[in-house]
Design a protein around this ligand. Sequence first.
Ligand code: FSO
Ligand code: SF4
Length: 543
Amino acid sequence: MQEMFCYQCQETAGNTGCTKAGVCGKKADVSGAQDFLIWVTKGLSAITTRLRGEGKPVTKAVNHLVSMNLFATITNANFDQGAIEARTRETIEVMNGLRRQLSNQDNLPEAAQWHSLNEEEWHDRTPFIGVLATENEDIRSLRELVVYGVKGLAAYSKHANVLLNDDEEVDAFMQRALAETMEEKSVDELVGLVLETGEAGVKGMALLDKANTSRYGHPEMTTVELGVRGNPGILVSGHDLRDLEMLLQQTEGTGVDVYTHGEMLPAQSYPAFKKYSHFAGNYGGAWWSQKAEFEAFGGPILMTTNCIVPPPESYKARLYTTGAAGFPGSPHIDGGIGEEKDFSGIIAHAKTCPAPKELENGTLVAGFAHHQVLSLADKVVEAVKSGAIKKFVVMAGCDGRQKGRSYYTDFAEALPKDTIILTAGCAKYRYNKLNLGDIGGIPRVLDAGQCNDSYSLVLIALALKDAFGLETVNELPLIYNIAWYEQKAIIVLLALLSLGVKNIHVGPTLPAFLSPNVTDVLVKNFGIAPNGTVEEDMELFFA
Ligand code: FSO
Ligand code: SF4
């Protein structure tokens, strides 16, 4: 029997599956612990779904537990087996309590009947409950597509939850969808569930957009410094804006600067964060280049979510994790939803460190979420009407370390000068420092923010459709050339499909978890296609 099986991300071994250890650095034991956690979380979800069916309420604490469990198993979020198993224990305890509230306990799936807190029994069961337990490859493919979409949605949902925004409908959906992946369903029924997942994804991203903008204001066009200052600093990475807010508050007046990294760059454009004078610039690039960058930074790093690259001993002790993130041997800062976290330890640590070593200097421009772009709408519409802008290219998604991803830099550079790139997510690091210029004052790279801010791109597309009096967004001069890496990109993709967007190009490879038949369904119904070479794609899109 193989030691593990995981094919949830774009870098999966041989584009088929990681079976000995993850390309991401996830060990077989951790992979097994994550599989078991997902299995009992599905069991808990079967119980909560039945409770709702019986008209009984499910608490926010249970909803948050489900989301955090899912989030902790996303690629590069949590490598700490102890932390994963602690979640499993809590989940089984909660499940044991909720099961008793059911009026009808008949025919619950095995996962929902699991009650043992004995870890040896968990380990004995683990080889039989993972991805490959579903033998039919099409059913397996669709079930996993739903689970990965729900994992991405859970991450977005959790970011809204920490800002005390909840959507019971989204939570109820995530749990029902997880429960339904354990039921006997036809391919057609599962395709329906995939689209429902996309619809819930739109709601989840809207919830997070509202949570972020109502608390921190609307992102605005901002020139972001790429160089460093002379004080010691803390580097914040990941996606959790609430963590950043607490850190900025607690570092104020301490002589410690706060820098953004990776997916935290978009925080630079929120009015609520810009007011802090010790909020320094952005340091480094996308998640995968963190080893060299974290080494050079010299001070402590706070990882609020994925993407963690397993740290070498040289900086393991200054890589702090919080929330769903975790790495064994790296300090973890506790604090649940709604709680004030105590960052005094990491701040004290920063004071003992040298100022960051400069990697680059100069600036970049960010902050083009929907509110900012729509305030320029007249200018944009005019530029399209005059022919100054011929096409928009959505290049949202993720970056990754595979060599083939240089395609995105080359593609951005090869684009005709009358095109505008709409981006979100860490994919932008392939071209956001290229100085691609502007069209009549509109930058050619409009960065809406984090991967979840792809929602902004949807709002922008809908506004353009209305401005031009079109029936659907598919009639716009808009190309989708999306890069994916992990499960948040999957929920973004499913959200776009649920909104009727067609002909999305996905790269640098199609997901390994899509079986040939499921790929066929996506090609026939939605025109999904893999990207080609830069030359082929230029010809395809612009000939
Ligand atoms: Fe990137 Fe990582 Fe934001 Fe992901 S830093 S890859 S899709 O976590 O979520 O874009
Ligand atoms: Fe492999 Fe990706 Fe799974 Fe890591 S998350 S084990 S790289 S498929």
